[in-house]
Design a binder for this molecule. Structure first.
Ligand SMILES: Cc1cc2nc3c(=O)[nH]c(=O)nc-3n(C[C@H](O)[C@H](O)[C@H](O)COP(=O)(O)OP(=O)(O)OC[C@H]3O[C@@H](n4cnc5c(N)ncnc54)[C@H](O)[C@@H]3O)c2cc1C
Length: 363
């Protein structure tokens, strides 16, 4: 252990160095040499491909917008792909990116979770961001824990809200089956989170330029992808619908699902559902609204036979107008609906169908 020579030492003025009264207020905390200098936010921007065209998923625009709005420092984006990905630069800049790290490596042209995480760890080492964010997509959920493990930091998955206090990130996510919202802080840098699609708004700006840097990945690519086949779920995305007719456990007959689809098509709407309907196998999970489903914000949400559990509400409370059709006047959904119909949901759907056929105009 090294010691101080005594009164002649000018650097610490032996005996007084622990006395906070000798320093201006706040100085000790500000110049804590053990504190990380990490700053800014780094976001992984996924690329969706359709033939030769590339697209940035909405959730990445949402995460970039959130990063820009809560962070005073720089916003970095990491993107993987060939020259075609340059088409996405203006969009990335418009959503708040200052610097794009473009990984142009033919070996990483196809998605490789292990190598993507390893490569991003290298970029994190260079950039030293205070925060690393990605969408809570299938891929984000796969890459984020790998990256957190390499960086030896914590990860808060599936956040529905984020805010920053200086360089400290406050992450909020549903806990205990959605019965409470947990605020979580990470004690290490970088602080990592995946973000629920739809949890933030996309906020484009006029800016279309910024800095783009190519990044060369030096590591191993452990897998060779022999072929890729897209999984088609069919139909559009319920998150894009302006009107949703949403079915719940109060729908007793499977044929009512077809009736709802027919009504929705004629209204320019889509059909979504609660988890009960997915569990019955009547609709795919891509149509499920809620905490473990999708977050939707339509202009009109018509809940047919849905009780309004906290988990379901977590996915639809952003709807502009909510209509509840439920036989139980005490069902929780009536507590936050704009209009309540205490009646049979299947009968309402049948009446809507007849009205759309023009058979009953005054129902
Ligand atoms: C970790 C976790 C995650 C979850 N994630 C989700 C999620 O993402 N999305 C989700 O939806 N749920 C989710 N759940 C399940 C959730 O807790 C509820 O069980 C579910 O939302 C209930 O669905 P429901 O409202 O359709 O059914 P119920 O709660 O059974 O409600 C059915 C309603 O229909 C009414 N009804 C009955 N007959 C009629 C009729 N003829 N006409 C009109 N109304 C009628 C009843 O009065 C009742 O209010 C999750 C649960 C957990 C623990």
């Amino acid at each position: 252990m090294s010691g101080c020579s005594g009164g002649s030492c000018s650097s610490c003025s032996s005996g007084d160095q622990d006395n906070p009264d000798r320093l201006p207020p706040g100085m000790l905390a500000r110049y804590d040499i053990n504190q990380s200098t990490a700053d800014g936010v780094l976001v992984w921007v996924e690329v969706e491909r359709d033939g030769d065209s590339v697209r940035m998923p909405d959730v990445c625009a949402e995460v970039l917008s959130a990063a820009r709005s809560m962070c005073d420092g720089r916003v970095f984006a990491v993107v993987f792909g060939g020259p075609e990905v340059k088409a996405l630069y203006p969009e990335m800049f418009s959503y708040g990116t200052d610097t794009v790290y473009h990984v142009r490596d033919a070996r990483l042209g196809t998605y490789q979770p292990e190598a993507y995480a390893d490569c991003m760890a290298g970029i994190v080492e260079r950039v030293v961001p205070a925060v690393v964010l990605m969408g809570a997509t299938t891929r984000g959920r796969e890459v984020a824990p790998r990256l957190a493990a390499i960086l030896q930091t914590g990860l808060t998955a599936d956040c529905t809200s984020l805010s920053m206090d200086g360089r400290d990130l406050l992450m909020t996510r549903p806990a205990f089956g959605g019965n409470l919202m947990a605020d979580i802080r990470c004690t290490r840098f970088p602080q990592m989170a995946t973000v629920r699609p739809g949890a933030f708004d996309k906020v484009p700006t006029d800016r279309t330029t910024g800095t783009a840097l190519y990044w060369q990945y030096q590591g191993e690519v452990p897998k060779e992808v022999l072929s890729e086949e897209p999984v088609t779920e069919g139909g559009s995305d319920i998150r894009d619908a302006r009107i949703l007719i949403s079915l719940g456990n109060g729908i007793r007959d499977r044929s009512t699902v077809e009736l709802a689809e027919s009504v929705a098509t004629r209204m320019g709407a889509m059909v979504s559902c609660s988890r009960s309907i997915v569990e019955k196998g009547w609709m795919p999970v891509s149509r499920q609204v809620g905490m473990s489903g999708r977050i939707v914000r339509p202009d009109l949400y018509i809940a047919m036979g849905i009780s309004g559990s906290v988990q379901h509400r977590a996915g639809m409370s952003g709807a502009r107008r909510i209509v509840a059709v439920n036989t139980d006047p005490d069902a929780p959904i009536h507590g936050f609906a704009d209009l309540s119909l205490i009646t049979d949901a299947a009968a309402v759907l049948a009446a809507m169908s007849r009205m759309l056929d023009g058979k009953e105009e005054n129902e």
